[in-house]
Design a protein around this ligand. Sequence first.
Ligand SMILES: Nc1ncnc2c1ncn2[C@@H]1O[C@H](COP(=O)(O)OP(=O)(O)OP(=O)(O)O)[C@@H](O)[C@H]1O
Length: 559
Amino acid sequence: MPPKKAAPKKLHELAPEVRVGLKIDDISKKTYIVGKQFATGGFGRIHTCTEDGKSQQMVMKIEPSTNGPLLTEVVVFNRILKKDMIENYKKAKKIQWIGLPHLIANGYFTYNNEKMRYMIIPKYATSLEAVREANGGSLSAKDSLTVADCVLGALEYLHDSDYAHADVKAANILLEKPNDFSSAVLVDFGLAHRTTNNVDKPDKKRAHNGTCIFTSTDAHRGNNPSFRGDVEILAYNLIMWISGSLPWLSLEASPDKVFEAKQKFVGGLPGTLQSILTNQPAPVAGCITTMFDVSRKTDYTHKVDMAKLRKKVTEAAQSASTGAQKKPKMTPSRDTTATPKRKSQRAPRVESEDEEEEEKKEVEIKPKKKVQRSRKVVEDDDEEEEVIIPKSTRSRKTKEEGTPRSFNLGMTSSTATSDRVAKKIEMKYKRLATNKPSLVPVTVADASSCESQYESNEPGPSSRVVKKRTSEERDANGEVQLKTPALVSPDVKKTKYKSGISSATKASPTELRRVPGVRNFPKGRRSMIIKETSARYQEKRATRNTKPTFDDSSCSSEV
Ligand SMILES: Nc1ncnc2c1ncn2[C@@H]1O[C@H](COP(=O)(O)OP(=O)(O)OP(=O)(O)O)[C@@H](O)[C@H]1O
């Protein structure tokens, strides 16, 4: 008998809920009291907390001690973000303030027999992402550049300490004071990377690490995070904050395409950027272009002249505030849907050896090696591959809705198709969110069989079949084959299909690629999996064709 296959190991666990009021005695002899949970991180819980006898609110991040993400952060905080380290730096640089949190305490406690890691840092008022969302998806150029200046200051400190942040984005920027953009603090060091051993040698395992729509060229290539990469990431963010969008938003499920679109975009600078920021004063686009230039011209391991860059940013911020009085508000396709935190786009993190070494020293419990931060984990099944519809990209107003698309840069016709696809996905998730019957893709052949099912039974749900086929063809047996997936109600899909995508579609790489939302699989790159999946289904179909008694509907043993 073949040996039983072991259940796949969980990479990380969500922290169990810790009771409010729990007292934790810290190694520093201080006692901290756990307050309410107010946010959830990748796998941890984020609580308020106070020191016993004091009222000052702080933040406590808690994760099971075997998890990697908080451990990585704790290592970074202990290495470079202790209060005295930051104070010394401020003194040396003669600066009053720096947009970084400092470590207040960290350690372990046992809760319900489970060893938990905690870390305490100052509490901030709000996240920039929340402000952006509340503002309809964008921020003024002046506010964006004010934040960028704080972020560059924070990055300068990190870079001087030989760390790259690698995940700058609005969700990882907090405001000390609400509505004061000059109080922006860069947080979340879960992907921060010590650069001392960086060599310009891409590793495919690391390709696209970070948050896909913002990540750097270095990360897309598979290099470890770099200083120049942080500047490039910030530049993408600035475009997002100011215009409310990015040309490759709808492609985010395909990191290779995102990378390609970014390359075209950067290659077409300054024109590509100017055509997005049409209503902004020239120095705004000029400053972002400079960021890309600096990033391109800096060697992989070299540091960036932050002082020079910050000067440019401050000048642009000034011109934006004067420009704002003269110029009308820009009209890019801003939608009110906030971009989600996009944690799920974080590719699995491959940790560097030096960090692993450090971590081993720091904890007795050996951490799991790969830090998989993505939470859109697909159960891997031996038989079938699950095809995942990604979470909403973001809604965009179309021309038909009366709002001109603001840009379409560096994009191919397939990008335009992806745009439409993204919109469909967006609508699907909106329906899901409002609990209305949603439509899910099935193939034409599947839809036909569903129709016949309903013919013989009760009428199906009103949304049961939407014939969205653009073309169809018949196979050798005269059966309708799938060219484009159709949509059926989730009930129908649930009862009949596991993924809603037929074996015929899965047998064809071309058809598979057309399925809206087919995205990266956890085990590898899209193309590779598509090839594997289609090969397997081609084989299945070939076998089926040699067995005339085989019933096609049952073979929809769908993924
Ligand atoms: N110090 C803080 N003050 C106020 N809010 C905070 C603080 N730290 C985190 N938050 C809130 O919690 C959210 C998640 O925090 P954070 O990104 O640090 O968690 P995480 O576990 O690192 O998540 P992930 O790595 O998966 O993005 C933030 O977007 C913010 O809203």
